[in-house]
Design a protein around this ligand. Structure first.
Ligand code: NAD
Length: 485
């Protein structure tokens, strides 16, 4: 690691100050495969210090009026707007995604900040002044204490913004552990919150991997844990945090099906599938990873889809018209190539093979669009989340059959129907089993004032993120009954 000493370093932020330790790893630019920064990872004492700082800050932060808390977020929002170019470039450098995607994700995060600004209204309780003679009842919402967020690599600013804005306006303090692969955005956010006047200790950042996450999840002074990542880790975090008495929401992986009916408008359907499957290299939890063609839809769709996908631009995210950027890490690059090979061995028909011709990754972790045909439910490429630019195409005879197929998959984040029939759309809405269905849209991500979360093994816990669920997650309800004889 000696030749890396000149790289900038990224440290945890505890009570507004950098926290150093001897533990470090490097952050890699997916477009070149080279190191861009040293990440100073937290040790146990830094995790404990971050939770203590948040506990101490909680005592005064919970006394600040909701409108006043919201004003900190209003200033934060303006600062993010001012600095969004710097933030977007940091996201591209560490994640690899196209710049336009980075800007889009910052915007989606800011929409949650804007929703959270309505805290005085969101935190209002109910009142019944006459539940019996002389007796009144009212409900109110109280903060929980120290809340923890553990976030994945693929939305380095947006997913943290799904969590901390609502946690903070509800009167909690926060410790965030971002992905060790994309850590810079959250340090910039900490700086911006500081500039917005947030008191030290209200928002803290600890860096590192699994051990740091586990130290947070088991810390006795942590009240609630919000996790987003793969399903296996989501389940483990959910079980551990629950065992340690925390309130927990853990959002996991996805295998989103796009059902295409013969009456769908094919040009817009093809565009939507390309966007859903290959933009951002398929590294989105709402990406389309399976197309289910119903009856004659296959013949209308497949040739156009393969042709259009073969012409998408595969390049570094910094290039202006990049459509398919590199995947985020060497580890994922190898995993995706291994799964593609498994698909071939298990008998799926490779209709478009975007694998690099030489296996070198000196130009970064680029994989072009891959389309498999004749995929069956027993194949590994169908059962597992690949999280790369790989699309599986399947054929069924009826809409019922397509819905059944999607419902039988263990993951249930999103599913989309392409059709021009209102009747089919109505049946789909009623029968599909997933958290976020869509009709004729590529990526049906709910806006900030609705809640975002899947079903089946795509979520562990009862409450999704942002919207009404977010307010419920970050507050405990209290119901007071009074009599004044
Ligand atoms: P990941 O599960 O590997 O890591 C997520 C976070 O958990 C990181 O901060 C990581 O350091 C930490 N972590 C890793 N192992 C851990 C362990 N054993 N215990 C505790 N923490 C641990 O996920 P990733 O590769 O960063 O992100 C991609 C995954 O996230 C995909 O599966 C994707 O579908 C999912 N995702 C889901 C949503 C959603 O809303 N459901 C949104 C974005 C991403």
């Amino acid at each position: 690691m000696n030749d890396l000493v000149d790289l900038p370093h990224i440290s945890s932020v505890v009570a507004g100050k950098p926290a150093r330790s001897d533990r470090q790893t490097v952050v890699i630019d997916p477009a070149s495969g080279s190191a861009t920064a040293r990440l100073i990872c937290a040790d146990q004492s830094i995790v404990d210090a971050a939770v203590s700082a948040a506990s101490e800050a909680f005592e005064s932060w919970k006394e600040v009026a909701p409108a006043q808390r919201a004003r900190h977020l209003m200033r934060f929002r303006d600062i993010v707007e001012r600095d969004k170019t710097r933030l977007a470039h940091a996201i591209v450098r560490e994640h690899g995604k196209p710049l336009s995607d980075a800007y889009g994700s910052i915007q989606r995060g800011l929409e949650v900040v804007e929703f959270a600004m309505g805290a005085p209204h969101l935190l209002k309780g109910e009142n019944s002044d006459h539940v019996a003679t002389g007796i009144a009842t009212r409900s109110s919402r109280r903060p929980l204490g120290v809340c923890v967020g553990i976030t994945p690599f693929n939305y380095p600013a947006m997913i943290p913004m799904w969590m901390f804005p609502l946690a903070l306006v509800c009167g909690n303090t926060f410790v965030l552990k971002p992905s060790e692969k994309t850590p810079s955005a959250v340090n910039m956010i900490a700086e911006m919150l500081g500039e917005a006047g947030l008191p030290d200790g209200v928002f803290n950042v600890v860096h590192g991997g699994r051990d740091v996450a586990e130290a947070l999840v088991t810390n006795p002074d942590v009240a609630a844990v919000s996790f987003v990542g793969s399903s296996a880790v989501a389940r483990s975090v959910y079980e551990t945090a629950s065992r340690h008495g925390k309130r927990v929401q853990a959002l996991g992986g996805a295998k989103n099906h796009a059902i295409v009916m013969p009456d769908a408008d094919m040009p817009t359907t093809v565009d939507a599938i390309l966007n859903g499957a290959f933009n951002s290299a398929g590294q989105r939890c709402m990406a389309i990873s399976v197309v289910v063609a119903v009856g004659e839809a296959y013949d209308k769709l497949m040739p156009a889809l393969v042709d259009a996908a073969s012409r998408l631009k595969v390049s570094a995210g910094t290039q202006a018209d990049c459509f398919v950027p590199p995947v985020n890490s060497l580890e994922q690059y190898k995993k995706i190539l291994r799964l593609i090979e498994t698909g071939v061995q298990e008998g799926a028909a490779l209709r478009l093979d975007g694998r690099p011709s030489n296996a070198s990754n000196k130009d970064g972790f680029l994989i072009g669009p891959v389309i498999f045909d004749n995929v069956t439910p027993s194949m590994t490429i169908y059962k597992e989340e690949i999280f790369g630019p790989v699309l599986a195409v399947m054929r069924v005879e009826t809409l019922n059959g397509a819905i059944k197929l999607s419902n039988e998959h263990m993951l249930g984040n999103g599913a989309v129907l392409f059709t021009s029939s209102g009747k089919a759309a109505h049946q789909f809405e009623r029968d599909i089993h997933c958290g976020m269905p869509g009709v004729n849209v590529p990526v049906p991500s709910p806006v900030a004032y609705y809640s975002f979360g899947g079903s089946k093994k795509s979520i562990f816990g009862d409450l999704a993120v942002h919207g009404a669920d977010g307010v419920n997650f970050y507050t405990r309800r209290q119901v007071l009954t009074t009599r004044w004889p």
